[in-house]
Design a protein around this ligand. Structure first.
Ligand code: FCB
Length: 484
């Protein structure tokens, strides 16, 4: 591997780490917080591996100041976190001052430690009360989201200037409403597409609202906010590029996984081929006049989450396919509405504990492709990348996670290559700072660069965390010597 410090990293490149409220905070019913769909879902028989719940998670709610010190010790330039709607507006009713206070203290701790707060408004945890009114399949939820965004902005807009509306709408719409694997656990292709459109709408309306709210700040001389969204994008590779059946399957996955998000957000239109693929499932019934213009409100950055690319086939499953569906008892179906027949044959590459194939070049390809295809593409940030492995604590007390270390460095290498090829990437956030509640997998899969002992909540920086910290320091030193 190339010496990673030799890539042309922009001087203000952000090296960060990410978490999400439902995965780390715990305190699920403390200080006025009420159920999100994940609290409710976790109570359902067979929904989460091992019957785990987000009730306590890694107790970040109480340990937040020490966790921020840990970030400082690692040399992180930014912390990507999410606010919990169910904490800020329990039941989507009145504002909960104690909920807001937690985030206000977090932001102050971060700023005090010299760490840039990178805030996400929605990382999958809808108040359960709104799910009972139809959730994201109900258009009104988009309007409720905008009001919630305004509440968070009113409280934190004076100190936070990086705002992300949604994290991975693909998962919160299709995996939550169509495949049944994630909360709210619905198995309805039509609801998944309705949720997709309503989340897009919520995003666009919130971008415009936050801009209006931020205008006063700008008039007073502050830098304008940076507002964007995070998508999980893939490179869909036909298993046999000479086989039209595989090429067609890869086109379908590219449409559903990438372009169903990128095109409305950046071009104000759903892709024509996608509309054809999902014709029977009513996506177009939800599009009202003005929606697409609202959805395409200009954004200042695009967050890209990437863990694996996808080798796609249109032929029936062979024995060795790559899937990563949690082994829970609940019924599940394919999230790929209208393209359920598609399969993902293994390429015999190394796999992580999630069974995801390790192929960093997929990330390089993706980043380069985006700039080539979308003329108005805003700057990119890798807002999540990382890997789960079955860590062990060594007799010396350390976690010598050589595989995760190699994974992270190889993906940073791919980002460096993409930048050298012209991609406008301005930051990288490793997922995750801490081991945490990995959705339907519960506490079974560890993604942290810091280990958490779930019995004692003790934090131990893993070798991957040490390697990441050392890299950050070396890149910064390099940039410093180059510019002085
Ligand atoms: C992403 C999610 C994040 C985490 C990682 C492993 O899809 O955004 O919360 O679970 O996967």
């Amino acid at each position: 591997m190339t010496d990673l410090t030799t890539y042309p990293w922009p001087a203000d490149f952000i090296w960060g780490s990410a978490t999400a409220a439902a995965q780390v905070e715990g305190a699920a019913h403390l200080d006025g917080r009420e159920d999100s769909i994940w609290d409710h879902f976790a109570q359902q028989q067979g929904a989460i591996t091992g019957g785990d719940t987000p009730e306590v998670a890694v107790d970040h709610y109480h340990r937040m100041p020490a966790d921020v010190q840990l970030m400082k010790q690692l040399g992180l330039g930014s912390y990507r976190f999410s606010t919990s709607w169910a904490r800020v507006k329990p039941g989507d009713r009145a504002v909960n001052p104690r909920g807001i206070d937690f985030y206000s203290r977090l932001v102050d701790e971060l700023l005090g430690a010299g760490i840039l707060p990178w805030l996400t408004l929605y990382h999958w945890d809808l108040p359960q009360a709104l799910e009972e009114k139809g959730g994201w399949a109900n258009r009104d939820t988009a309007l409720r989201f905008v009001d919630y965004a305004e509440v968070v902005y009113d409280a934190l807009g004076d100190r936070v200037d990086h705002w992300t509306t949604f994290n991975e709408p693909l998962c919160s719409a299709l995996i939550g409403y169509t495949s049944g694997e994630h909360a709210p656990g619905r198995l309805d292709p039509r609801a998944g597409l309705a949720a997709t459109h309503h989340q897009h709408l919520a995003h666009g309306l919130a971008v415009s609202r936050l801009r209006q709210l931020g205008a006063a700040k700008v008039r007073a001389g502050a830098q304008p906010d940076r507002i964007g969204i995070t998508l999980n994008l893939t490179t869909a590779i036909p298993n046999d590029p000479a086989d039209p059946v595989d090429v067609e399957a890869a086109r379908r996955i590219d449409a559903l996984w990438n372009r169903m998000y990128l095109d409305p957000l950046l071009r104000g239109a759903y892709p024509v081929d996608l509309l054809q693929d999902v014709r029977e499932y009513g996506l177009e019934d939800h599009i009202q006049p003005g929606d697409l213009a609202a959805i395409a409100a200009p954004i200042d950055f695009l967050g890209v989450n990437h863990y694996h690319d996808d080798n796609v086939s249109g032929h029936p499953e062979t024995v060795d396919v790559v899937t990563s569906v949690a082994p829970t008892a609940r019924e599940k179906r394919s999230p790929f509405v209208g393209s359920e027949y598609v399969t993902f044959p293994s390429r015999q590459l190394p796999r992580t504990a999630m069974d995801w194939e390790v192929h960093p070049d997929g990330l390089r390809r993706l980043l380069v492709r985006l700039g080539g295809e979308y003329s108005n593409l805003p700057p990119l940030y890798i807002t999540e990348n990382g890997a789960a492995y079955d860590d062990v604590v060594a007799p010396d007390g350390g976690v010598h996670d050589a595989e995760r270390t190699a994974y992270v460095l190889a993906h940073i290498d791919a980002v460096g290559q993409a930048i050298a090829e012209g991609a406008d990437v301005r930051g990288y956030f490793v997922w995750s700072l801490l081991d945490n509640f990995e959705w339907a997998w519960g506490y079974d899969k560890r993604f942290g660069i810091v280990r958490v002992d779930y019995q004692t909540q003790k934090r131990t920086v893993k070798d991957s965390g040490l390697a990441y910290a050392a890299l950050i320091e070396r890149v910064r030193a390099n940039i410093y010597t180059e510019t002085h």
